[in-house]
Write a protein that binds this ligand. Sequence first.
Ligand code: ATP
Ligand code: MG
Length: 357
Amino acid sequence: MTKGTHAKKTVFSGIQPTGVVHIGNYLGALRNWADMLDDYDCIFCVVDLHAMTTPYDPAAMPESVRETLMVNMAAGLDPERCTLFVQSHVRAHAELTWILGTCASYGELLRMTQFKDKTSRYPENVNCGLFTYPILMAADILLYKAEVVPVGEDQTQHLEFAREVCRSFNGRFGETFPEPQPKFGPVTRVMGLENKAKMSKSLGNHIPLLAEPEEIWSLLRTAATDPARVRRTDPGTPEICNIHTIHLGFSSEEDILWCEEGCRSAGIGCVDCKKRLAGNMSASLAPVRERYKQYAAEPDYVHDVMLHGAKQCEQRAERTMHEVRKKTGCTTKSNRYLSPKGIQLFRSENSKQTREN
Ligand code: ATP
Ligand code: MG
């Protein structure tokens, strides 16, 4: 609900309501977003239109959206210091997606690794939305003229694509959008518990951000580590171990050093390392779990946050779309009829005519 912050650079980022928010989302995205609230004009979005590109239950979507929003708030996205909203509540995302699609390269889209990955995962659901997903992401960012986009490493290619679309639009229709820059935090990629693919909401290889200490331990206990450490006496390489990466996100410098030295010298075993991590994670995430419980007990407040965010973003988006329609030539006098006042005028002229007939 930020006010008077337009002199600050605008930040935009989003998260899909595709499942349980996990510690990869937290370390790669949410925590960095929360750190930016005071220095930027921050807009964060639950991107339900993106989530439609993979199989889902429409009846469960509203609850998934609410849940994702609440976890974001619990992770530190204080609604008093940023704008939080739901993508489908602002129709202009879809309109700008179409317009930017005319500036986007088909050949570039074919190269997107997430498309290849998700189509191989859902071969029965290779839909066009999955293919044009990066154009929608470009629209999300450009609609608010965002200059900074904090994301995890997996979104680097999509962001580069958004930058190209931005240049292409500006080149064709005149300077309109600033070129968005990616911003990465200290941990850019957390691998899944099996250490084969990145931790993902949709892969079931995650530690939930809201996991209680017992669940954290039971998931960490069996998580993959450096394969060189078969026996406790085998030394390892912390830099290639996912448990070490997670330590970087949750542990003190002292504990990280202890884990690194102990691993290299086989002075500690993987279980020792994981136990220390489980304790640090449980403690560091306790306030997130606590805030979540508070927000979950205040459904009306969460609803208000959503509505307020939608209203604010709709106004901002409409300002951009006005400029975009003008520059692309998608505007005539009749566009007046699109404004609420215009619709009234149109209706009254029509009914006048009807009466006269
Ligand atoms: P899905 O499996 O449905 O794609 P996801 O877990 O990849 O879900 P997204 O909603 O696609 O989550 O991404 C939200 C944000 O979290 C993005 O900025 C993304 O870069 C970041 N992110 C996702 N997974 C990881 C990860 N394993 N490590 C670091 N950052 C991540
Ligand atoms: Mg993803």
